[in-house]
Design a protein. Structure first.
Length: 174
């Protein structure tokens, strides 16, 4: 399976492609990658929890565009995939693969969690981009208003929110 992501060919949400920031974002994603779990061979971008990124996540949270909890996320993606699969039969292949969801996770999960994340990333690879945050679940929970409850996995689920979060990766880098 190797590294299933060819970063240079990654199709980002349309607003980013048209704004011309897609290339920079692809470079930022490819710049730092990490093995999803030790025995695996799946590499994911490692994102630095910068100020712009933290703000983008908080905005997405306020807009109710962030989903928490692994079971909930997996169920949601599976339900959406059914709808997309039936739609896809009517579409040209050109239309298909574009990132529209982000799966972000903390660095302090168990190996088992990362293996599950890997399965989800592979199953939904046409539209789901998974990235590890260089932060722990407590910090992520605090950032997203969950108090002292740790949050290990979140799904950013609207293309505008996804664009906003990805744009934050290159904000302030110019």
């Amino acid at each position: 399976m190797g590294n299933l992501m060819n970063w240079s060919a990654l199709r980002l949400p349309r607003p980013l492609e048209s704004a011309g920031s897609a290339e920079k974002i692809r470079e930022a994603l490819a710049a730092s990658t990490i093995l999803l779990w030790q025995e695996g061979n799946l590499r994911v971008p490692l994102l630095h929890m910068s100020e712009p990124l933290a703000e983008a996540l908080q905005r997405a949270r306020l807009q109710r565009r962030i989903r928490f909890g692994f079971e909930d996320i997996a169920g949601r993606l599976a339900a959406e995939k059914k709808g997309i699969d039936s739609l896809r039969q009517k579409m040209t292949s050109q239309e298909q693969n574009r990132v529209s969801r982000l799966l972000l996770f903390s660095g302090d999960g168990a190996q088992r969690l990362y293996r599950h994340i890997g399965q989800i990333l592979i199953e939904h690879r046409r539209r789901l981009l998974g990235c590890r945050l260089d932060t722990d679940s407590k910090t992520l929970g605090k950032l997203l208003g969950a108090g002292s409850v740790g949050i290990k996995v979140i799904l950013v689920e609207h293309k505008d929110a996804v664009s906003d979060v990805l744009r934050a990766l290159v904000d302030g880098r110019e």
